[in-house]
Design a protein around this ligand. Structure first.
Ligand code: NAD
Ligand code: IPM
Ligand code: MN
Length: 327
């Protein structure tokens, strides 16, 4: 195949541990990737005052795809600009229970299609007085249509029947009202079936009946919260990958953060990061390699060894070695 340049940004905490694991897995495949590492996070911020240097932004912009590990306290100053740099409007977050793993809900197999550019993430906040702060929530018809189109297209391509539009238009009548109206218009133009759910009731139904859901199209913050909730159904954040997709570029990262409670111990579960690398392979049309990686992770999750988050005592490196052996 063609040679691809991949930006690699490990970041903070367990990002430094799970990113090399994913690179080791990619190195074990016959793919023509040129990896270029970029700095971001606490260490570079301490040295330069800037958690996301211009050189790293350029690297992500000019690469064919970016792999991002995790960031810590400055995460919003790092990952939000990077999502914008790659022009990502869709945040694709699959949550599925793996055979042989203990899960709260073993029937879970769904994917969030999270709006990735606006809502409260426009970060328009004001501290008006010592005792009063406000937030402006941004919703456009264009971005709402775009995420709905992506979601319905994704459902069609992957053979999923159920599409749910999550919203809270009963309270956020103008903003989520517009989001819902735009998404429903897209569904009707496509002649696609869909359900709508208020996001609070959806949270309950996801815990009780996750098998009822395939594709869930969400506003930005709802997708953030509900994807961590879904992680809880299937064994934790160590398992959930994501793709930040744009028209001509994309960034792949685990859903989890820097996990300061376990960072530096070498025991982070690299599955989320390795599965994110598999989503990148799929995106770059390395379909067979993507399947090989996903299957290898699934086999090791079924047979062990497991990292401590899944009740085992394997290290990140031992888990990764087992995955590479399964390739
Ligand atoms: P977190 O996702 O870092 O961790 C939540 C819990 O899940 C912790 O108990 C952690 O040990 C566990 N966990 C997460 N990933 C794991 C893995 N791969 N293997 C095993 N266990 C894992 O969320 P948090 O603790 O709320 O946030 C920590 C920091 O991360 C914060 O500073 C936050 O801003 C940042 N954050 C960054 C991103 C990102 O970089 N995209 C995402 C979420 C949070
Ligand atoms: C995530 C994170 C980010 C988000 C934060 C760190 C900005 O929680 O990737 O889920 O809210 O999108
Ligand atoms: Mn999150």
């Amino acid at each position: 195949g063609m040679s691809h340049q991949i930006a690699v940004i490990p970041g903070d905490g367990i990002g430094q541990e799970v990113t090399p694991a994913a690179i080791d897995v990619l190195d074990a495949l016959e793919v023509d990737f040129e990896f270029r590492e970029g700095e971001a996070g606490d260490r570079v911020a301490e040295e330069t005052g800037d958690p996301l240097p211009e050189a790293t932004i350029e690297l992500a912009r000019e690469s064919d795809a970016t792999l991002f590990g995790a960031a810590g306290e400055r995460a919003a100053d790092i990952i939000l600009p990077l999502r914008e740099v790659v022009g990502s409007y869709a945040n694709v977050r699959p949550a599925k229970a793996y055979p042989g793993l203990e899960a709260v809900k073993p029937e879970t197999d769904l994917v969030f299609i999270r709006e990735n550019t606006q809502g409260v993430y426009a970060q328009i906040e004001s501290q008006l007085t010592d005792d009063l702060a406000t937030l402006t929530r941004v919703v456009t018809r264009e971005a709402s249509r775009k995420i709905a189109e992506y979601g319905f297209e994704y459902a069609e391509e992957h053979g999923y029947d159920n599409v749910t539009i999550a919203h809270k238009a009963n309270v956020m009548q103008e903003t989520d009202g517009l989001f819902l109206e735009a998404a429903e218009a897209v569904a009707e133009e496509r002649g696609a079936d869909y359900d709508t759910e208020l996001m609070d009731a959806l949270a309950m139904k996801l815990v009780m009946y996750p098998e009822d859901y395939d594709v869930i199209i969400t506003p930005n913050l709802a997708g953030d919260v509900l994807s961590d909730l879904a992680a809880g159904l299937v064994g934790g954040l160590g398992l959930l990958p994501s793709a930040n997709v744009g028209d001509d570029n994309a960034l792949f990262e685990p859903v989890h953060g820097s996990a300061p409670d376990i960072a530096g111990q070498g025991v982070a579960n690299p599955s989320a990061m390795i599965l994110s690398a598999a989503m990148m392979l799929d995106h770059l049309d390395y379909d067979d390699e993507a399947t090989r990686v996903t299957d290898a992770v699934e086999t090791v999750l079924a047979e062990g060894p497991h990292t401590p988050d899944l009740g085992g005592d394997a290290s990140t490196e031992a888990f990764t070695a087992a995955v590479i052996e399964q390739l």
